[in-house]
Every structure is written in C-alpha cells, then in structure tokens.
Design a protein around this ligand. Structure first.
Ligand code: BGC
Length: 826
C-alpha cells in the first residue's frame, strides 16, 4: 500500500498535494477524483461516535451529531483493568464506525492524569503509564480489526486544559520516557495505530508539537517505527511549513488558503523540500487506501451486525450496560451493600438519580441514544423506593426547600442512597477544575442527611477524583465515574447485587489538593508549565512521600473476598535479556461470583545514584472466579519492568541488585512478595546529587535540581507583559491593547449565546470561556472557514500591537468586504 501511495503521489500536481495535506471541512480528507481517490471521514471518539449529520459540517465542527450509543469514558474503562473489555469496546465502536462510514475514530486519549484537576481526565485512562498503555493497545487492536483506524491522542505531554493551545510543557527526558510517552510508544509498537494526533501544546525546545521534529519524526518514526499518519489536533498548526518538514502529514480541519502561499514560497526557495511534501501527501493517500481496503474487508464483519441503526443502537446499549458495570469502583462498604431487592423504606436522594452524568463536555460529547437513569431503571424493575431531589444535578448553591424535603424523607426512611457528582461544566474539555470539591449544596446536604440517618450509601458520577469530607459518615460509596448511557442500569445492577463490582481505581484519590505532586506547578505561568515532580506522578509520589490518601491507586472492593497464595517467580537470577514469569494462586473465598484485579508491582533496589519510585505497576491480570473457585494466574515481566530511563546512556538501564515483586490487591494492599536478582553492570550516575528528588520533596524542588534533571536552563515561566504579539498570541494576551479589551467585551456577550447553540453537540460548554480567550489569534482564521484570511489576522495582530492602525484597519475592512462577497456568492 505504501508503494501504491508513493506511485500515486508521482501523478499529483503540487496543488493536489497541497489539498491532500489539509482537511476538507471539519472532518474529511480531500478526494482526488481524477485518480479515483475518495475522501474519508473522521469523527470523535473516544467513547462513542460524534459524527456530524449531513450538512452539520460547519467550520467549528459544532453541527448536530447522529445518535449513537454512549459508552463509559476512559476514566471508568481504565478502572476496569480489563484488556478484553477494552478490546470488545474497540470492536463495538469499530462496527459503529463501519455502519456510519467513518474511516478513523479520533481516540483513544492516552495522556497521563498528572493532576486530578485536568478537565479532560475523564477522557484519559490512568495516572500510571503501564495501565494506560495496556488499555490503549487493546482498544486500538479491537477497533482496527474492524477495518477502521484510531487516532491516539494527544501527542504529547498534553496534561491540562489551561492554555492548552500555547503553553510549553517543560518535562525532563526521563519523565517523558517513563511516564508521558509509554502509552504512545506501546500502542505504536504493538498495535500499529493508523494515525497519531499531535497535541496543541509546545514541548521540546519550546516548539509546538505540530512542528516538533524530535517528537514527530525522531522519536515517533525513527525510534518506534511508526508507519501511520500524523494528524494535527484541530487547529494546532502554527507554522505549516515547519510542520511538513517535522513530520506532520495532515492538518485538520480545513485551513483553506491560510498556509498555501507560504508553502509554495518555501518550495520555491528550497526551504521546504519537495520530498517532505511528497511524503506527507503519500501518507494521506496511504491512510485513505487503508480505509478503503478496511471497508472492503469488513464486509463480512458488517454482515454480523444489525443493519438498521435502531437495532445496532439497541444491541450496543445492552453492551454499554455490561461494560458500565465493570467500570464502577466500590470505594467503601461496611457490608451494607448489596441492598436487598425486597428492602422497604429505601430513599433515592439527589438530582443525579434522574439526570445522571454519563459523559464529559467537549469534543468527545456523544448524542446518546438512550440515557437510562437509576430512577428509571429502579422503577422499571419494580423496586420499592421514594425519591427527593435534595439538589439538582447542575446546582451549585444549597436550596433550603429541596434540602428540607430530602431530610424529611431521610428521617422516615431506613436506607438512603444519595446520587451525587460533578456538574458537566466541571468535567470538560477546555477548562480545568480549580478545586476538588463537589458543589457545596451536595456536601452540605450529605452531611445533614448523615446527621439524621445512619444508613447512607453515596453513588458518585464524576470524571475525576473529588474530596469526600463526609466519607467517614456514610456506609458505602460507589464511584460510577462517567459510565455512559446505561449508567443507571449498571448502578442498580451493582447496588442490588445482580452483579459484583470488580473495578479498581486507575488513579489516586488524594485527601487534599495540596497533597497532589504537581501542586504549585499546575497549571503554570503564561508561557510554560513546569513538571518539577518529574517521575513522581500519582502513587509514585504518594508512596515516596508516605502520604495518606483518601483511596489509593488500584483500590476497589467486591462483594466477594479473595485470598492470594503461593507467589512464585520462574527464576531468581536474571539479566536484562531475560523475562521472568510470576505466578500466584487466587481463591474466591466469599460467596459471590466476581473478578479480582491482581496487580504486580516491582520495587527497585535502593540506589543512591538515581531517584526511583518505591514501587511501580508492571503487570496485572483480571481473574473471574465463582464462589470457592481458585485459579493460578501467571504473568510475564520483561526487562522494562525493572529498568529506568538513563539520560546519560540515552536508553533503558536495569541497575543490578535485588528487586522485590509484589502481588497486590491495591498499591496499598500488598498480599505477597518475592524477589529476583538482576545481574548487570552498574552504570554511572545519571545525575549529580539531588537531595530533594531523592527524598521525594516534590513541592520544594529548587531550580538547580530541576535544571539538573532537565539538562538545560528552565525557560521563563511567564511572557513579559506587555510584549510584541504574534499570531500565536492569545486574545488573553491581546488585552494589553484597547482593541483587545474591546474584543474581550464582545466575547463576554457572545460566548453564552454560542455555548447555548453548541450545547447539543459538545455538552455544557459554560466553563469553556477561558478556552476561547486562550486560543491563539490564528485560530480566528481557522474557525472562520476561510472568511478571515492571513492578511486580516496579521492586521489584527498589528492593531493589538498598537501599530499601523490605519493600514491595518483598511486591511480589515477590505477583508470584511471579501468575506461578505464570499458569503453572498455562496
Ligand atoms: C480535541 C481533539 C478532538 C478534535 C476534533 C480538539 O479540540 O482536542 O481531541 O479530536 O478537537 O473534535
């Protein structure tokens, strides 16, 4: 196919190549009809399809999307620790893509949860790179087996929404290799993703990911052997010429003629090679050919799925219920759960019982087929319960009337199930949270209910950890995450014991925001965000600092109990070339059929020359056991399980010595330990002495230690203000000028209107205003669908810089006239 693509490129004119390397509209590639090369369509992803209806393809991609089944988001599927489930999810989504004639689904999101505040954490699997990798590989294999491509995103170190389009992630090489890159690396090496989506932010040397050669070519292709296509995140391109040279093949969405002259000039003066352009065009052709072939080969597979969309949705909804049950984590239970179906005096309280959160806001938002709430399900199943709202699902402030009715109901009930969670605006693309709290109305009411009723179960719907000041006052807590449209059915299945919970946390729930490792360095300054904590992300930090947490990584309860016995390693002495098998017997000692997630952590030997986490997850297995049943679980560890990335050697190194291997029910529930002895030559120390890193004092890392791990000076955290603005500057920066301030006033007025219009397609966007003001000025041209061109953007930038007012105003007026003409001609 590569060869066929290369041959086709030789038949293309330069104009055709330039068309191919940018999108057509928001979601399509350009067809080249004279060569019979069709256009293919992409759509978000990752937990359902956001396919815009015909005609809904407006420049901002905000048209209404078709109705499809909404599956649990990655925060929950990550917690399943279930490779088969991810494979099945990928397969099902692949089939839905085929039914809707999509060539690529834009997911999975494999960024690491660096801070629980990141607004998009619900789209990401874990704080742990191994777990995230395994989930991503299985999802990709499942989906692509259906003849549809994935786009693993957002490459790379895109771990926050604040200033996501411009900030520079300042991350040391070792943290990149050990924490932020592995999910991409493993998916590329093991699952051959058709596409990788580069992130918005700037990375190595402060260069945008969309034009970062080190990232897109040296690491991705030369080191990992990536064969697919690199697509830009939507609107991530600043310098297209540099991007082509760096390895960015396809720019999305359609940038019209924004970059055409510059590319042509660069070709003419040889600052851009023809070979680089050809390569990008060939990769687009190859992607299209792959999709065409995938569709042809999938004909047989297509025959296995219902043809009518309604039937397909029905089938997928049933699967969404099964998947959702495997993604909800039982955080706490003193035995009150499961409830008895015959139980009298049950009260459901909280707006989330009727209006559950099923997904987050932003580009992943699916127009769900049928949202089943707990209220609706319990009613349909004839369960005996009363309901009081207490607080609305979108409420922030305490409402005395609603609360009073709930308290009265709690007083006369025997069992209260509170359905709480985060409002959608707090789990959304484009906006990070500022704190870990649930809305005050919820925390206050739960505390008040606990004062009048001792039997309280809390069911949460949220995409990322929250504080639970009332945890000690309630008997059980079920974390539903954002469990997709079958959320209520799955909640009832678990609450009433039709099924045992069996998921475990893929992230730590901290006690306080101040405890999080990047506290003080998140979200950073106007220019950069410093990843000072380096490899100490999530449990790697909490364990190192011996910090108490609310619920640890890997924690999750079941209705059964499991015993771990007979941990064995296949060999005691190993070298970096060996693998080692680790086996343990798991017995279901309870009376409930259920699954246990067995986790294997490795602890490296004490080594003063390099800081390491006390233990790291290196394998896991999910084992399903009937009551009383036992199974032997065997996993394999290869040298990566013992290695750290040595910046001096520019490679992985296994330090010699004794490594402990733990079989554990959570990162803080180690059941059995064994060890192996690594025989290898010691390497020179990668760093000078770093006392704060050595002790895990990540909140106090001095500049000199951070510079030592970075291997270069720390770039300035903030841009000088005022400064000369460019087209990469944001509307926030532009507020240094009177015209920028005026524009901001206009945005203040227009934003709620646009957010209202977009609600159907991206969910509650009310928290996303900062994302608009943090967009680079160039985005205005991009999102205008060609109405605003480069000259107009440059004129705007001049006005922001308070230069050449007259000429720039004339340019804007002339551009405005051109835009009106274009509109009229349409
Ligand atoms: C998001 C991507 C998404 C794309 C297309 C961007 O804003 O970051 O994840 O795939 O839009 O909707």
């Amino acid at each position: 196919m590569r060869q066929q693509a290369q041959e086709l490129v030789t038949k293309l004119t330069t104009e055709e190549k330039l068309l191919l390397i940018k999108g057509m509209g928001s979601w399509h590639t350009h067809p080249i009809e004279r060569l019979d090369l069709p256009s293919i369509m992409m759509a978000d992803g990752p937990h359902g399809l956001r396919k815009q209806d015909q005609g809904g393809d407006n420049p901002m991609g905000l048209g209404k999307s078709v109705q499809t089944v909404c599956f649990p988001t990655a925060s929950g599927t990550g917690a399943s620790f279930d490779r088969d489930l991810l494979h099945r999810l990928g397969e099902t989504l692949g089939q839905a893509c085929r039914a809707h004639e999509l060539g690529v689904l834009l997911g999975p999101g494999v960024n690491i949860k660096r801070s629980p505040l990141c607004g998009r954490n619900f789209e990401y699997f874990s704080e742990d790179p191994y777990l995230s990798s395994e989930m991503a590989v299985s999802y990709t294999q499942g989906l692509q087996a259906q003849g549809v491509g994935v786009s693993i995103k957002h490459f790379a170190a895109n771990n926050q929404e604040k200033r996501r389009m411009t900030t520079q992630s300042v991350v040391d090489e070792r943290a990149m290799r050990e924490i932020y890159l592995p999910s991409f690396e493993q998916t590329v090496k093991r699952a051959d993703p058709w596409t990788v989506m580069c992130a918005y932010n700037r990375l190595f040397d402060g260069i945008y990911c969309s034009e970062n050669k080190r990232l897109l070519t040296e690491i991705l292709r030369d080191e990992w052997g990536f064969k697919g296509l690199v697509v830009s995140d939507w609107g991530a391109v600043s310098d297209r010429v540099a991007g082509i040279e760096a390895g960015l093949d396809l720019e999305m969405p359609d940038s019209r003629n924004l970059h055409t002259d510059l590319i042509t000039d660069a070709l003419n003066d040889n600052t851009l090679s023809q070979a680089a352009l050809d390569e990008a065009a060939a990769r687009v052709i190859e992607l299209v050919l792959r999709a065409v072939e995938g569709a042809a080969q999938a004909v047989e597979l297509d025959a296995q799925r219902p043809e009518c969309p309604e039937e397909l949705n029905k089938r997928d909804h049933a699967l969404a219920r099964e998947i959702a049950r495997d993604t909800m984590v039982l955080l706490q239970n003193d035995g009150v759960l499961p409830l008895n179906r015959e139980q009298e005096g049950v009260a459901f309280i909280g707006g989330f019982a009727k209006q559950p959160r099923v997904q987050g806001g932003g580009s992943s938002h699916v127009n769900a087929y049928h949202v089943a709430s707990a209220f609706e399900t319990a009613t349909a199943e004839g369960l005996n319960f009363e309901y009081a709202e207490g607080f609305g699902a979108a409420d922030y402030n305490y409402d005395v009337v609603k609360a009073q009715a709930a308290i009265e109901l709690a007083q006369r009930s025997e069992m209260v199930v509170v359905f709480a969670g985060l409002p959608e605006s707090m789990d959304s693309e484009g906006a990070d949270r500022k704190h870990l709290d649930l809305p005050p109305c919820q925390n206050q009411l739960i505390a008040e209910l606990a004062a009048v009723q001792k039997n309280i179960v809390v069911v949460l719907c949220n995409g990322a950890p929250v504080r639970m000041p009332w945890a000690g006052e309630v008997r059980a807590i079920l974390e539903s995450y954002l469990a997709g449209e079958a959320v209520g059915e799955a909640q009832i299945d678990l609450l009433y014991g039709t099924y045992s919970p069996n998921a475990k946390l893929a992230e730590t729930f901290p006690l306080r925001l101040q405890d999080t490792p990047c506290f003080g360095n998140f979200p950073g300054g106007t220019a950069t965000v410093e990843y000072r904590e380096s490899i100490f992300v999530g449990y790697r930090y909490y364990d190192k600092a011996e910090k108490d947490v609310l619920f640890p990584f890997g924690h999750g309860l079941s209705y059964s109990t499991f015993e771990y016995t007979n941990l064995r390693v296949s060999r005691k002495n190993i070298t970096p070339d060996d693998t080692v098998s680790v086996s343990v017997t798991i017995t279901n000692t309870g009376s409930f059929g259920a699954a246990e997630v067995v986790q294997f952590y490795v602890s490296a030997p004490e080594d003063a020359s390099v800081f390491r986490a006390p233990q790291e997850l290196k394998q896991f297995a999910k084992v399903w056991l009937k009551a009383g049943e036992k199974k032997r679980v065997t996993v394999t560890l290869d040298s990566r399980a013992f290695a750290y990335y040595h910046v001096g050697l520019k490679g992985w190194h296994c330090a010699p010595g004794e490594y402990a291997i733990h079989a554990a029910a959570s990162s803080r529930d180690i059941r059995l330990s064994s060890s192996v002895n690594m025989q290898n030559e010691a390497a020179d120390a990668p760093y000078p002495a770093l006392p704060c890193y050595a002790q895990g004092l990540v909140h106090a890392i001095p500049d000199c230690e951070f510079e030592a791990v970075l291997g270069h000076e720390i770039p300035l955290a903030n841009f000088p203000s005022p400064r000369t603005l460019t087209w990469d500057s944001t509307l926030e920066d532009a507020q240094q000028s009177p015209f920028g301030r005026l524009l901001m006033k206009i945005i203040d007025i227009a934003f709620p209107i646009v957010a209202g219009i977009a609600k159907d397609t991206i969910g509650d966007a009310s928290g996303m205003k900062d994302a608009v003001t943090e967009m680079p000025v160039r985005s205005i041209a991009m999102w205008s669908g060609g109405l605003i061109d480069r000259r107009m953007v440059e004129a705007l930038v001049s006005i922001f810089n308070e230069e050449e007012y007259l000429r720039s105003a004339c340019e804007l007026i002339a551009g405005g006239v051109r835009a009106v003409k274009t509109l009229v001609c349409k």
